[in-house]
Design a protein around this ligand. Structure first.
Ligand code: ADP
Ligand code: MG
Length: 406
């Protein structure tokens, strides 16, 4: 049995017309002779009637318990699975809708962020063996004793990849509202280009640093199993982005570009703390920050100060720690971390100079930087994100589909 898992995100199911497009994608693969497992998200985004964000507006979140919260959070996907399987049956195919639990997706008890322990594929395989299409709710599973759980943000991508792994599928297709993985978010850069082949490492970094197109956890799982992923648009025939092993990726050809994509994460705050009076405080401070579950991002040490970045949502917790100790500090809010992603860029002469030049020409100040062998990060003001990304996209000629580094 040749199996393909197809995942349709919320925007791919938002209205009847778009659902017809999704249906055609399913029919295409079905007619090619594949056994199909279709994974669905809730329809649409915040404001759409059956989107998860809209459903949870129905309850008082201050008093709801985690178990009930997961029950309501799982409803949107259930609606999608029944609607889509019903449409398939209308077309004369045989499709069966499954909740995560019915599909055998067994998780731990961590409501809201459950981990999948294993998938008992018996029911799905029964369905496929009968020539039927299994339409499975993404983003959810069930504990061993039958409680509904959800998998956290991006959970449907994770469900699809985990199902692909358990079913030994040939391919996992992620259908979305853009033509694949682009060199930048097309909502920011109008001439962003589709990347035809991307390595797991690059895509992981891109997803981790803010590109919503796939969840980083799904990329990580696929990479471990070397599972092929194709990211495509639901509403057109563009060939999409193939995610494969880095060794096979074109990006490792000698003449490929060094920079492959740009992304960013907002809601960052930068803190500077003076260490002039007490050098030993750094250790104590770092421990307390860690004990309070605050994750530090960019960090630099100087003789008389440390500078680091945190998520703005952790700021009030951090201020409590700093004020208790009476440290001298300064805070800068409304920042974003730009990620310039590629490979072999570390130590490459001229790359940093071009980044600095592109940003300074647009009067974008760089507040902090860091780098790894795949990424250069620059902390900038959030109000400058769009012009910074456009300037870098232009500087590194990311719209050009040329294989020459320029
Ligand atoms: P879905 O509903 O299919 O899960 P998401 O909203 O999660 O869709 O992800 C798709 C969105 O990701 C696109 O609409 C696009 O704006 C955004 N995005 C951000 N960065 C990128 C990128 N580099 N390539 C493609 N899409 C991106
Ligand atoms: Mg998504």
């Amino acid at each position: 049995m040749k199996i393909i898992v197809q995942k349709f995100g919320g925007t791919s199911l938002v209205n009847k017309d778009i659902r017809e497009n999704a249906l055609n994608r399913i029919l295409q693969r079905y007619n090619e002779g594949y056994s199909l497992v279709v994974v669905v998200s809730a329809m649409g985004r915040k404001g759409d009637p059956y989107a998860t964000d809209s459903l949870i507006e129905l309850i008082n979140k201050d008093i709801v318990d985690l178990r009930s919260m997961d029950m309501i959070m799982s409803c949107g996907e259930i609606i999608s699975s029944v609607v889509l399987s019903n449409m398939l049956n209308e077309r004369g195919l045989h499709a069966t809708a499954f909740t995560g639990g019915q599909a055998g997706i067994i998780t731990d008890f961590n409501y809201g962020h459950a981990e999948v322990l294993y998938i008992n594929t018996r029911k799905i395989l029964n369905c496929l063996e009968k020539g039927q299409i299994a339409v499975i709710t993404g983003f959810q599973g069930m504990t061993k004793n039958g409680e509904i759980t959800t998998l956290g943000r991006g959970g449907s991508d994770t469900s699809a990849v985990l199902l692909g792994e358990s079913l030994n599928s040939e391919l996992v297709e992620i259908y979305t509202d853009v033509d694949g993985v682009l060199t930048a978010d097309p909502k920011i850069v109008s001439d962003a280009r589709v990347i035809k082949t991307i390595s797991y490492n690059e895509l992981y970094q891109l997803a981790e640093d803010g590109a919503k197109v796939i969840h980083p956890k799904a990329v990580e799982i696929a990479q471990n199993k070397n599972m092929k992923i194709l990211i495509r648009n639901t509403v057109n025939d563009s060939s999409g982005t193939l995610v494969t092993n880095s060794v096979q990726s074109n990006n490792f050809l000698k003449d490929e570009k060094i920079i492959s994509a740009l992304t960013h994460k907002s809601n960052k705050t930068q803190i500077t703390i003076s260490t002039q009076n007490d050098k030993n405080m750094i250790n104590k401070l770092m421990k307390e920050i860690a004990d309070n579950g605050i994750s530090i991002d960019l960090i630099n040490f100087f003789v008389e100060k440390i500078i680091f970045t945190i998520c703005s949502s952790d700021l009030s917790k951090l201020i409590k720690i700093i004020e208790k100790k009476d440290y001298d500090y300064n805070i800068v809010n409304d920042l974003s971390k730009l990620s310039i992603i590629g490979h072999r860029m570390c130590g490459k002469p001229g790359v940093m100079q071009r980044i600095v030049n592109a940003l300074y020409s647009e009067k974008v100040d760089i507040l902090q930087t860091s780098d790894s062998h795949t990424t250069i990060w620059c902390l900038i003001q959030t109000k400058n994100v769009n012009k910074a990304i456009n300037a870098l996209h232009k500087e590194f000629q990311l719209s050009n589909d040329t294989k020459v580094y320029n």
